[in-house]
Design a protein around this ligand. Structure first.
Ligand code: PMP
Length: 358
């Protein structure tokens, strides 16, 4: 491709690497925080029957009104608050960035943190400020206060629990951030089913607070559906940058169907929480591993006596795919494993013990 054409691509885009999704075929897939369980067999006939009546020839309901009502009910969105839906919460981050973007404004979040906040800030032509967490991955409030004062962020994203570290930040610290922020504060509760702690009830207390959720981690990652909740006037503005039919008919139908039969999701989340705690305990008993507390459906750990990238490769060769986060900085020698089925967790533990012996 000639430079004559490529020069039209913005330099900050050319500098980026595309979000990399590794090929997991044939591997035990514990790299992407998915729920390992599928829809219960008993629900399949009813789901398939309804699916047959979905009008594929028509555009979807642009507001996905019925789905919105169901989400408001099951996610306990406080009365008087509004929501906007995204094709995954990734798209909501993008809508927010588009709604506030200008080249002298910044998006702020915490490092190590979820990589899409920084990437989307760049896509939107904004600055990004990553505030370092303390060594134990808690919020360093002194640095945070100074960074907010200095950079006056348009939006601050706080993942609660945080990805990739798995911990819940102190809620009093988050409230202070909400109070001192000059702009919007998004509490990203992607991992809410595994943490059971939420800022949703506080939406009525703070106009500048938005709470973001997704159905991805609760077992519906394939649907691509997220929601952003907050004060009506603010949500109305963000809704203006949403593409009209962003939630397709199959997603609208299936999400409603699943949420109407949502009882099994709580059971799955409960099982994942118990398996996470078991896995945490097993990992903490291994020599050569430092494990970090988790309130999510994944666990961050550091390899202390050998090299994490070698451990990662050895696990892959043994048929287990996790996430390699090893690079110079706070995540040096760190790996992240998603909680799978009990069988998958066992396969991971066995492969890890073998890798550590090598
Ligand atoms: N927020 C956080 C903190 C995440 O870790 C992720 C996914 N890894 C997302 C948002 C995006 O989720 P989705 O687009 O699937 O809704």
């Amino acid at each position: 491709m000639s430079e004559k054409l490529l020069k039209w691509i913005r330099p900050e885009i050319r500098e980026l690497s595309a979000y990399h999704v590794p090929d997991a075929s044939g591997l035990v897939k514990l790299d992407a925080m998915e729920n390992p369980y599928r829809l219960p067999e008993g629900l399949l006939p009813q789901w398939q029957q309804g699916l047959a009546s979905v009008a594929l020839n028509r555009y979807p309901d642009p507001a996905a009104a019925e789905l919105q009502d169901k989400l408001i009910e099951v996610m306990h969105v406080p009365q008087g608050q509004s929501i906007v839906l995204g094709n995954g919460s990734d798209e909501l981050i993008q809508m927010l960035a588009l709604a506030v973007a200008s080249d002298e404004r910044c998006i702020m979040s915490f490092e190590p943190g979820f990589v899409m906040y920084a990437m989307i800030a760049r896509f939107a032509g904004m600055q990004y400020v990553g505030v370092p967490l303390a060594e134990d991955f808690t919020l360093d409030m002194e640095i945070t206060r100074a960074a907010i004062e200095q950079h006056q962020p348009a939006v601050i994203f706080i993942a609660y629990p945080n990805n990739p570290t798995g911990n819940l930040f102190d809620s009093t610290d988050i409230e202070e951030i909400i109070r001192i922020a000059p702009g919007l504060v998004v509490v990203d509760e992607a991992y809410h089913p595994f943490a059971l702690s939420s800022f949703m009830p506080m939406l009525n207390d703070y106009d500048q607070l938005l709470v973001m959720r997704t159905v991805s981690k609760m077992g519906l990652a394939g649907l691509r559906l997220g929601l952003l909740c907050g004060e009506q006037e603010l949500i109305n503005e963000i809704n203006k940058v949403r593409l009209p039919y962003n939630i397709n008919v199959l997603t609208q139908y299936t999400a409603r169907f699943v949420l109407e039969n949502a009882g099994f999701l709580d059971g799955q989340a409960e099982m994942i929480r118990a398996d996470r705690d078991h896995l945490l305990k097993q990992l903490s008993l291994l020599d050569g591993i430092e494990v970090f507390p988790s309130q999510a459906n994944f666990i961050l750990f550091r390899v202390t006596m050998t090299n994490a990238t070698e451990v990662f490769t050895s696990l892959c060769n043994d048929g287990v795919l996790i996430k390699n986060l090893d690079k110079p900085g706070p995540l040096q020698n760190c790996l992240r494993v998603t909680v799978g089925t009990q069988g998958e967790n066992q396969a991971f533990m066995q492969a890890l013990e073998r890798a550590l012996r090598e």
